[in-house]
Design a protein around this ligand. Structure first.
Ligand code: ADP
Ligand code: ADP
Length: 226
């Protein structure tokens, strides 16, 4: 069980750049929430603070009941998928997916079971022995999703995961991510600048501009009261 709470969160970068201000939000356990807004409005910064990749300047972030301000990234029950995939180029797909589990000293059988299951869900069973450079963009993004899934995190973070894919693949992968959310029953936070993605993917949309939240509502209500 892990909902999220942001309490009056700020991020101020050196030079007094207020990237995120007065950010207040509660996300329910298993909810799918999309952060949307133009480039530079603070979406990634908010996600990175949640993942522990960026310090919180002011305010509090809770994952479940835990205040995570001082919890290092590896101790947050979170997996993140980036737009550039961030796969290890010298490792096979299998080893990319196994890496985090090996670090956590999971038994080999357990690692193998998790990778086999995730590969089946994503349709990448045939690529397990390949290196990333032998994969298409869509296949790489599946591997990145697979690497996140095997960790069985409480919270899934995705930062513009489709923006390097062509239009057709984007539509297809969008539908697959929605299905994945239904199947995993996990909290999803998804960042995009694409309004169509936002309107079609989330249970709720958080519209951001200049570091502040402008509106939080269901896609239906946003459509009716823009
Ligand atoms: P988005 O994800 O919505 O495109 P970001 O969170 O990346 O927005 O950026 C929000 C603001 O913070 C922008 O004005 C950006 O230039 C600034 N910013 C982001 N990262 C840094 C950084 N490391 N140092 C200084 N300013 C930054
Ligand atoms: P090690 O870290 O001991 O060198 P590897 O990373 O090579 O081990 O592999 C870990 C385990 O996963 C081994 O038992 C290996 O046989 C198995 N394995 C590696 N690649 C695949 C694959 N593509 N499909 C199924 N099992 C694999």
């Amino acid at each position: 069980m892990a909902g999220l709470v942001f309490k009056n969160v700020y991020k101020i970068y050196p030079g007094d750049v207020e990237a995120v201000k007065e950010f207040n939000l509660e996300v329910k356990d298993k909810e799918f929430v999309v952060f949307v807004g133009p480039s530079g409005c603070g979406k990634s910064t908010t996600l990175r603070m949640l993942a522990g990749l960026e310090e919180i300047s002011k305010g509090e972030i809770y994952i479940g009941d835990t205040l995570v301000n001082d919890v290092p990234p590896k101790d947050r029950d979170i997996a993140m998928v980036f737009q550039n995939y961030a796969l290890y180029p010298h490792m096979t797909v299998y080893d990319n997916m196994a890496f985090a589990l090996k670090l956590k000293k999971y038994p080999k059988d357990e690692i193998n079971t998790r990778i086999t299951e995730a590969a089946k869900i994503l349709g990448i069973e045939e690529y397990l022995d390949r290196k990333p450079k032998a994969l298409s963009g869509g296949q790489k993004q599946r591997v990145a999703l697979g690497r996140a899934i095997v960790r069985d995190p409480q919270v899934f973070l995705m930062d513009e995961p489709l923006s390097n894919l062509d239009a057709k693949l984007r539509v297809q992968t969008r539908a697959e991510i929605i299905k994945l959310h239904e199947r995993l029953e996990t909290t999803f936070i998804y960042v995009t600048h694409d309004q169509t993605e936002a309107m079609t993917m989330g249970d709720r949309i958080v519209i951001m501009k200049d570091g502040v939240i402008q509106q939080v509502d269901t896609p239906q209500n946003v459509y009716q009261n823009p």
